[in-house]
Write a protein that binds this ligand. Sequence first.
Ligand SMILES: [Zn+2]
Length: 407
Amino acid sequence: MLLRNARLADGAVRDLLLADGRVRRVTPPGVLPQAPERSETDLAGFLLLPAAAEPHAHLDKALTWDLVGAPPGDLPSAIDAWREYAERVTGDDIARRARRALDELTMNGVTAVRSHVDILPGEDPLRGLRAMLRLRDDELVCGARTELQIAVLHADAPEALLREALRMGADVLGGCPHLTDDPAAAVERALRLAGEFGVPLDLHADENLDPSSRDLQLLAAAVTAAGKRRALTEPGQRVTASHCVSLGTVTEAEAARIAKETAAAGIGVVTLPQTNLYLQGRDRPAPVPRGLTAVRALLDAGVALGAGGDNVRDPFNPVGRCDPLETASLLVTAGHLTPPEAVHAVTSGARAVLGLPDAGPYEGAVADLLAVRAGSLSEALGAACPERVVIKAGRVVSRTAVARELL
Ligand SMILES: [Zn+2]
């Protein structure tokens, strides 16, 4: 396939030749010849970026805000509200909503998604996992469009249940050490199980404003110790810490020290601005603390940083458009990242923490691409025009057109 007249982030206008899922050539416009076997897409007026990845979604909870009601809006009340609904939630309900959110993500430019799925209360605790695995394995929904990774989420589920979930085919082991009585033991068990099954580990870490919360430090220490026996940062054994909110509440020197330990352990961090700006800080009316991890300290230490949408219109967050550019925009205003850093966090940074090879508009890269109608990177981010073309493995998988009339 030929892409014509695409503007790149550096302002240059280029043609691209895509073949076998890769970007093969990038040339000035008009150099690459037409050929009958090549389809062409004219991207004049579009900015071409690496496709976005969603490193942390909860598709099983997505779009339940109108069903579950409006709790006060902090993390414990959101968990309670969800638990009540989760008692009676069915696999079909989960599959329907997850599919809708997944389609939205695809149309907005996301070609890889990691979704956590709860171990549910009730008689059949793995019904949510089964629904999500069916979605993952459905060629029409995922297949050529989206790579979906499923992480099993739990606080302190019995080990037998976690083993069953991993045997059923969950891709990633999740967990929430800070919600257990013994976070150190939870971290140890998680690392041991992930190592045994050869799956990546992705923990909800320190999702609170308590500066003494230590999930990330425990994880870094345990990975460093385990790394002497086994390369836990190899693909398939990657370790990710998501949220890490409390890291944003410690002193600058402390954050820098923990960020250094995190980098040395090879742990990737995922920041989730939308949900954590909503959930955290409600109990402190002034000054309201921000529920963000120390993104600057992490970047300065060389930690792989991805950013995701987390919750979308559910008890944990009533808003959200399944749009990585919305997440990136929040990182500019609330996280004080530059526009290129923010876009990197939802594209190449997110792919890195998911263990995916580099994608983007350059020769040799995986041809997962997002074209947004915009004349520059800052316009793409700031205006976040829904008019987009999404390319996965060298094929157009979604096209959105917009009609506006000013009368
Ligand atoms: Zn989460």
